[in-house]
Design a protein around this ligand. Structure first.
Ligand code: NI
Length: 134
């Protein structure tokens, strides 16, 4: 990992955003609008509550969506932690030195004000998402 990170959200793979969200909204969380992210081929929404970590709900659009395999293997489950980074390319370079593999070139995330994101994987750490500060 690298020192200059700020926690942003926990990402949950879900079958149905509204079905999962209803358990949280009952207890005071607020559900954002549901975004259709065509680049990530996923439906994405955020659960917010003052004083709690931000939770991202990610659902499949079709069989090719990246969360399909996670849901098949683990069911509904948290699967990534997202951190904000100052400069995406620099952060990725530092993570590569620690044997993290970027899953794709940074892309804009419609659910996050089109800020750049990238996923990185290491078999001892799992999936980490980086979100570039704006
Ligand atoms: Ni995320």
């Amino acid at each position: 990992m690298i020192k200059n990170l700020k926690f942003h959200h926990i990402g949950y793979a879900v079958n149905d955003i509204n079905a999962t969200a209803s358990f949280y909204t009952n207890a005071g969380w607020t559900l954002s609008q549901i975004y259709n992210d065509k680049i990530q081929n996923a439906k994405i929404a955020f659960l917010k509550r003052e004083g709690f970590p931000l939770v991202e709900l990610v659902a499949a659009v079709d069989e090719k969506s990246p969360v399909v395999n996670i849901l098949k293997k683990n069911g509904v489950s948290p699967y990534h932690i997202c951190y904000e980074v100052e400069v995406m390319d620099e952060a990725i370079w530092q993570m590569k030195q620690q044997h993290f593999i970027p899953l794709f070139k940074p892309v804009e995330a419609v659910a996050l004000q089109n800020r750049k994101i990238c996923y990185l994987y290491n078999k001892e750490v799992g999936l980490i998402e980086f979100l570039e500060k704006k």
